[in-house]
Design a protein around this ligand. Structure first.
Ligand SMILES: *Cc1c(COP(=O)(O)O)cnc(C)c1O
Length: 242
């Protein structure tokens, strides 16, 4: 069956390489996180066969249901809203958590990581658009909050920042938010004398712009796997909520 996943992956990789070249960056400096939420394990297997190994999921239960059905070569990143009661399940199975969105969540992760002997690698999600309702750290408070995090939550390995700008059909509209995330990161590195190498930014509509602005992780779903239909994927015959 030709689902086109291999071809679309090749296209995304080619565009990533071109955006890197344009920006004077090496293609290896940006990792593609293939976002597989709602898609079945077969889609992941196809992507694996085409050389993709890093997958992004936004629900712990959905990822857990897929994992046994996908080659153990797959590596998993968590990119969704992490609920407190899912932290313990998430820590051993995700190589990186992109979406630590508050000090409160960070404290829960710290406590559970301490209890379970985990050392989670995390990114801090920043509310780059400053919208009141949106989740994430506020840019103005980030320096103080990161200081607290470093001092009080030693289990967390903070590797960088993540952003999800407001949706726009025009990729260029995201540029200033990506630039803001990079500027914030640079300032934090300087002021706190810490290394924050990772910038997780850019999705199907704007990953090339994100790479031009310094993304080290782009999270791309639709451009590889096509439109999402259901809300979640669950194994056949399994009711209940995932
Ligand atoms: C779904 C999702 C993506 C991928 O979005 P596409 O537009 O399908 O590429 C990226 N990041 C997050 C946080 C998501 O939830």
């Amino acid at each position: 069956m030709n689902t086109g996943i291999e071809e679309r992956l090749a296209e995304v990789r080619a565009r990533m390489a071109e955006a890197s070249r344009k920006a004077g960056r090496t293609p290896e400096a940006t990792e593609l996180v293939a976002v597989t939420k709602t898609h079945p394990p077969e889609a992941l297997q196809e992507a694996l066969a085409a050389g993709q190994t890093v997958f992004g999921e936004n629900r712990v239960q959905e990822a857990r249901a897929k994992m046994p059905l996908v080659s153990s070569r797959a590596r998993w990143h968590f990119i969704g809203r992490l609920q407190k009661n899912k932290v313990r399940q998430a820590l051993p199975i995700f190589e990186m958590l992109h979406s630590i969105d508050s000090l409160e969540l960070a404290r829960d992760v710290q406590r559970i990581a301490e209890e379970d002997g985990q050392r989670p690698r995390v990114l801090l999600e920043v509310n780059v658009a400053g919208e009141g309702s949106k989740i994430g750290f506020k840019p103005a408070a980030l320096e103080t909050e990161l200081e607290t995090l470093i001092a009080e939550m030693p289990r967390l390995e903070v590797l960088g920042l993540m952003a999800l700008p407001p949706f726009s059909p025009k990729a260029e509209d995201s540029r200033r938010y990506f630039a803001l995330l990079r500027t914030l990161r640079d300032a934090l590195q300087r002021e706190l004398n810490v290394g924050l190498p990772e910038l997780s930014m850019g999705m199907s509509g704007d990953y090339e712009v994100a790479i031009e602005e310094g993304a080290t992780l782009v999270r791309v779903g639709t451009a590889i796997f096509g439109e999402r239909k259901g809300k979640t994927w669950r194994p056949v015959g399994e009711p209940g909520d995932i």
